[in-house]
Ligand binder design. Structure first.
Ligand code: C2E
Ligand code: CA
Ligand code: CA
Length: 584
């Protein structure tokens, strides 16, 4: 195609030099990569370059004499075009983005610059329109925006956009005086799936979870994935808090159903924490934080449930935080202690074992019970360092006692559930025993029932690893949890420990005695030893003896005492030779 010779813009000067320049200008416009056309002052197209023909699909012959209206997509308003015309008619350059339509009907996003042309300050004779195709740029900008706002795995809102929407919902909520709810949802056994089936399976599971959530909610609610297996839900415009509870329960029910991942039927379940905007005046971060705290609470009180955040929970959380900092310091400075509570043979009264119990005296707050800090350490992951410290301390003391020629007894070490989730945990205990030259019978490991019930191969490997080395394993607080008989059948449990709350019920109204009798009988039938804990009175001891419970510990005999004191107790009993649990 060639430049249209009829344009009034052509220079009337007749000399050869200017003709040569004109030809060059025409050549340049023809060759320009940017699509462009030239229109007369009525907007009728006079000429267009090949790039224009190519972009819009119109040959020049077809559009010459027509107005650019044929490019209209209908996406811009009449006002938009009026503005454009007003500017260029007044002699100003107009620049802007718009959507046009190609000859094929396809829409195209362009940036358009329209320059009014006039000669020597005279009236406007022509308009030059130059385009740039920005479809690609917009597409990549949009996909970039998508990427920045959505989680690439599940397509749910990511943390940034979830927080943004929460902030918007919060300001709406304040205007309308209606609360919103934020839920944090954490899968209960996701880590096991990742550990045992691999990350691809984990990803598949996360996508399935993401699909199951929205149908449990209203269209106006937002679901986000904040990290790993952590999801969040924003419930806008909440009439009553019960509404949030109902949504949470629907989510729990839906996620409780098995998932089909790589041919495995997996039961996962979730825990949910809920924070209501009425319970706090803070921004979206603190709402999320409160929901997170409530979620932790839901997890620690048994998983598979939801929990609301409240002020008392917040105060407790703050206290836990300062405790955590102090505990880290104590651990670093070796400021913890172990006390040993003797275990006695109920028939003879001889000391046949001891339980190692952790003690911490904070310089400011005084003695803090493990009931307070162990669960905290479990939530923060500090428990691993803590239990390693306990193991080392106990083994070091035990080997020192042996070196001094005292006949020692097996010492019970409490290990938290999280410990069993660590690959190679049983092996590292073996290595520690070797390091201190101690036989497997020197210690016994006490677990809670939940350890056995975890559907994780790592946990099972560790349990079997302990038994494989000949380390005895007992179940603490038996009777307070699931009291699962299948678990007892599946594992060679060495002893069951009767929870002190039942022992405290001896001689009291209620059914505690019956329950104790049943568990002692169960132990006898299955060949599992039974240890009574929290024995404080002669009456309790008598009852247990009469029922055939072999072992006991409690304040009646002794509280936990420092190592040196315990050694004295052992020495005083030198008649005792062969400890229960084999040749320690
Ligand atoms: P637990 O393993 O059930 O320990 C028994 C608790 O009962 C101990 O409390 C003990 O001091 C207390 N006790 C013993 N005899 C009596 C009695 O006659 N009457 C009453 N009322 N209480 C008695 P403690 O030392 O405060 O430990 C509390 C819990 O902290 C333990 O419960 C255990 O779950 C955890 N814990 C303690 N030391 C460790 C540790 O080294 N590692 C881990 N993971 N947990 C530990
Ligand atoms: Ca225990
Ligand atoms: Ca116990």
């Amino acid at each position: 195609m060639t430049r249209d010779p009829s344009t009034e813009a052509s220079d009337p000067a007749g000399n050869a030099q200017s003709e040569g320049l004109q030809a060059l200008q025409g050549l340049a416009m023809d060759a320009a990569a940017n699509p462009m056309f030239l229109a007369d002052r009525n907007g009728c197209i006079q000429w267009a370059n090949p790039a224009f023909e190519q972009l819009y699909g119109y040959p020049l012959a077809e559009i010459r004499g027509r107005t650019p209206r044929i490019l209209k997509s209908g996406r811009q308003s009449a006002d938009f075009y009026q503005d454009l015309w007003r500017s260029i008619a007044s002699g100003q350059i107009w620049r802007g983005q718009l959507t046009n339509r190609k000859r094929s009907g396809e829409l195209i996003d362009v940036e358009q610059t329209v320059t009014p042309l006039r000669r020597d300050g005279g009236p406007i004779t022509h308009f030059l329109a130059v385009y740039e195709d920005i479809s690609h740029r917009l597409r990549s900008e949009q996909s970039f925006a998508r990427l920045a706002l959505f989680d690439s795995l599940t397509g749910l809102a990511n943390r940034v956009s979830f927080q943004r929407r929460t902030a918007e919902a919060l300001s709406r909520a304040r205007r309308n005086d209606k609360p919103i709810a934020v839920m944090m949802l954490d899968l209960d056994y996701f880590k096991n799936v990742n550990d045992t089936l691999g990350h691809a399976a984990g990803d598949t599971l996360l996508c399935q979870v993401a699909q199951r959530m929205p149908p449990c909610l209203r269209d106006s609610d937002t679901v986000g994935r904040l990290s790993g297996d952590e999801f969040a839900v924003l419930i806008d415009d909440l009439a009553r808090p019960e509404q949030a509870a109902a949504s949470a329960q629907r989510l729990l029910d839906a996620l409780h159903e098995p998932f089909d991942v790589q041919g495995h039927s997996l039961r996962i379940g979730a825990s949910i924490g809920i924070a209501l905007s009425s319970s706090t005046d803070d921004g979206p971060e603190s709402l999320l934080h409160h929901a997170d705290l409530a979620m932790y609470q839901a997890k620690t009180s048994g998983r598979g449930r939801y929990q609301f955040f409240d002020a008392a929970m917040d105060a407790a959380a703050r206290r836990r935080y300062t405790t955590e900092l102090a505990l880290r310091t104590a651990l670093r400075e070796d400021a913890l202690e172990i006390v040993y509570q003797p275990q006695v043979d109920l028939a003879s009264g001889a000391i046949v074992g001891a339980e190692a119990l952790l003690r911490w005296t904070d310089p400011v707050r005084g003695a803090i019970g493990p009931d307070e800090f162990v669960s905290l350490a479990e939530q923060t992951g500090l428990i691993f360092a803590l239990n390693d410290w306990v193991l080392r301390r106990v083994l070091r003391e035990l080997s020192a006692w042996r070196a001094s020629g005292v006949s020692t007894v097996p010492v019970v070490i409490n290990l938290s559930a999280g410990h069993f989730d660590k690959v190679g945990m049983a092996d590292s205990i073996k290595a520690l025993l070797q390091e201190f030259c101690l036989p497997a019978s020197a210690i016994r490991i006490e677990i809670t029932e939940t350890v056995m019930l975890q559907p994780s191969t790592t946990v099972h490997d560790n349990l079997r690893g302990l038994w494989g080395q000949g380390i005895a394993v007992g179940v603490d607080d038996f009777g307070t949890g699931y009291s699962s008989l299948p678990a007892l059948r599946q594992y060679p449990i060495d002893y069951l420990k009767l929870d002190l709350s039942y022992v405290g019920g001896i001689g009291q109204p209620g059914r505690d005695e019956q329950l104790l009798r049943a568990i002692i009988g169960l132990g006898r039938t299955m060949g599992i030893q039974v240890v009574a804990e929290g024995v404080e009175t002669e009456q309790q001891a008598r009852f247990l003896r009469a029922e055939g419970c072999p072992l006991a510990q409690g304040f009646l005999y002794s509280p936990g005492v420092p190592g040196a004191e315990f050694l004295e107790l052992l020495r005083a009993e030198h008649a005792y030779i062969e400890p229960v649990g084999g040749g320690a």
